[in-house]
Design a protein around this ligand. Sequence first.
Ligand SMILES: Nc1nc2c(ncn2[C@@H]2O[C@H](COP(=O)(O)OP(=O)(O)OP(=O)(O)O)[C@@H](O)[C@H]2O)c(=O)[nH]1
Ligand SMILES: [Mg+2]
Length: 674
Amino acid sequence: MTESTGALNIALVGPYTSGKTTLLESMLSVSGTIGRKGRVADGNTVGDWSDEARARQSSVEVNTAGFTHRDLHFTVLDCPGSIEFFAETANALMGADLAIIVCTPDLNRVWTMGRLLKFLSQHEIPHVLFTNRMDETAVRVGELIEAMQPVSDRPLVPCQVAIREGDQVTGYVDLVTGQAYQYRDNEGAVGVDAPDTVLERQEDARTQLLESLADFDDALLESLLEDQIPEPEEIVAYLRGTLADARVVPVLMGSAERDWGVRRLLEFLADMAPGTTLASRRLPAGAQGATVGQVLKTYITQHGGKVSLARVWAGTITDGMVLNDGQRIGGMYRMQGQQQNKIDKAEAGEIVGLGRLETVTTGDTVAPSDGPETEPLPRAALPPSVYAYSVRASRREDEVKVSGAMSRLAQEDPSLRFEPNPDTQEAVLWGQGEMHLKVALDRLSGKYGLAMQTERPKVAYKEAIRKPVAQHARFKKQTGGHGQFGDVHIEVKPLPRGSGFEFQQKVVGGAVPRQYIPAVEAGVRDYLASGPLGFPVVDLQVTLTDGKHHAVDSSEQAFKTAGRMAMAEALPKCNPVLLEPICEVKISIPSEFTPNVQRLVTGRRGQVLGFQAREDWSGWDQVTSQMPQAEMHDLIIELRSLTLGVGTFESHFDRLQELTGRLAEDVLAAAQET
Ligand SMILES: Nc1nc2c(ncn2[C@@H]2O[C@H](COP(=O)(O)OP(=O)(O)OP(=O)(O)O)[C@@H](O)[C@H]2O)c(=O)[nH]1
Ligand SMILES: [Mg+2]
């Protein structure tokens, strides 16, 4: 075993349904932690215990379980594979010593791992590739490595080759020791003689492994040049060193469903464990000797209790300790799926649940309130919101409860955002995609009893005018005693796009007494909320030029009404035009998808302004474009379907632009209907 804290924290990551939760189940089973293996399809795994995960037979949040193997305590963070839950994965990875990318051997889908691999190399998190589902594939791992290499910044190095009978994989040869093994379902593999058919591939793969390692070690390079083959222990040492620095990606294989290769994977991890390398790299200078942790995930339990899953990076955290701005830990737990086992302290290297830290959120650094000031640990960037629903409580009486419940959901999942849109007067739930939002709404109804109705969010259309007009209006009412009288002359004039609204007055000789002028402005502004086309009016100037008043009957209210009347008469004559919001959209994709994305943009009335290679992500492009917001509701869905799920975008409002013709008529007709 390497120098380690006696604990190893691994994150299981990789594409949707590649077998991560099943692999965790298999690890728990082969380590003797559980007696009977559950199955995702049967809804009885340790990982997928939540109602939302079980209903979908797919993980929808990070879950944790631990086991001991060879005196090393493993804590496993089982991450959801769907790209819509990437924020969960990213936050969990910030606390992992090592990631196991569980993948399906499918040559056509290697890009599904694109974003994940970028994240891992960017954060220098050691990672291993576990090629799962070897029980049902004819794909050769060598070919898979070749197809995947362009997606990975780091060299992928084979550590095993498959032994096959026909199309069926029956075992493997370990390239470190040269020993061949035959798989047995749900039992340890047995040593066998390597069949002749595998010898050539074994030789090639071993050369590939050693040559990749030699790129990082001159001594190894020299011995290879002299045809000296290193001993197994030396290969282990080379692998351990390069893996700790995340310079190579060892590739292993197996089948989580049948426990093939899982014991070997655990042995490999115990041998190669990167130990405290990552901890020493992550800890801010000056934090040595201090107590520091970081929250990787927040749970709000069915009964409303909050548990912050935290990695202890240094020191010891004990129950009752007061952290940060005075938050007292109320209960500490070792998490085992849905089970919370009470503990009273946790040492550096452990990942544990901390109860009742009300103001602490995912990604936060935690440290004792009375300890030295610590610099915060790096946190994963939140992915930009890309999909939204407008939401409303199905029952009116529930409306008051919605924002409180939403804020609890957002504590559990910071990639959810709930906010009002003042332009359209809707409450909007923002997130990462359809499934992400549906899971959130399921939680809302399951945990908080709130049923919601959803709609496609409205677009905040506006209107403007194209022609100046002068207008006179008089409001006069004679009713019994006091009458009402206000008389105004206004000039209305279009302003350049983006100017908003300006009000001026050029009244001379007190024709409209000073104290009534703000009332005229108020009346004008009132009208602007809904112009002749039914939308808020922008980019215009209104000047009060003249008017008349009456010593007894004039009042603020009368002038306000007159101002409003003048606008209502003037604006239909000003040649009104609809304005639609245009966004600047930056789309990131692996460069092979760039031409498809350019077509996607133009197909949605967008305009490509240019594209360039992303400097921080080699092999990826960023396409900059402008697109009407009306075309963006399901942009992420099409983008993902064009890019094996990895394409993503950021957007912000750029400007309003005139919309005329058929499209404008459709918008007006739809607005009239509601
Ligand atoms: N044949 C075969 N099936 C497998 C294997 N591993 C997992 N499966 C099946 O694949 C399906 C998905 O497995 P999961 O373990 O839920 O995959 P996951 O990666 O956790 O999926 P997400 O959490 O949705 O990303 C389940 O029906 C498993 O039984 C394997 O090695 N061989
Ligand atoms: Mg899963």
